[in-house]
Design a protein around this ligand. Sequence first.
Ligand SMILES: [Zn+2]
Length: 213
Amino acid sequence: MDKKVLTVSLPDNPTISVNVIPGHYATNRFHVTHYLKLSSLKTNANLAREVARDLAIPYRSTTLVDTILCMERTEIVGAYLAQELLTEGTSLMNSGREIHVLRPRLNVNRKLIFTSNLEELILNKNVLLLVSAIATGITLDKTLEFINYYGGKVVGISALFSAQPQLDDQKIHSMFTSEDIEGYQIFDQDKCPMCKKGEKLEAIIVDNDYKKL
Ligand SMILES: [Zn+2]
């Protein structure tokens, strides 16, 4: 991609920044105007730790967490987040407890599943859901259904980026929001103005990774 790349930093922690590439992208149901390159925030250990520190803030003194459920390759952030929440002195609620960090598997139909040995880490547990990016909330809604199906209690939703401030009555704690990205818009694929102008799609975004067309 040779398009102009924008860099957006967190105002209160400029070491956390994200490259944003404007364009015409498709998700499984929608078209969006920007792609956020979140991968280094998830895979670079130092950055992932910074991200975890930021994401821990809303929960430190208020929320009991048993399990952090990591979607979209957020496991490294999830592990650091657990560490942040368990650290004595900074966390009043969880120090001295145990937090498990989990990633569900996808079956052949891309439906989420837990193997039987992991189900007990969800059933009747306080689950903090960690995702990479939320556009419309449809995928998130499915994930919440899945946690509910396995008997977990969602005590928080965190994201590196979210275009939605909340889902139903549950607040989404996100580092970056669509307000940080000028002109960010999501369209139904049959109502996309870029398609109507004949602009070609550049990439398909799946689980916040893109595949060039
Ligand atoms: Zn389009």
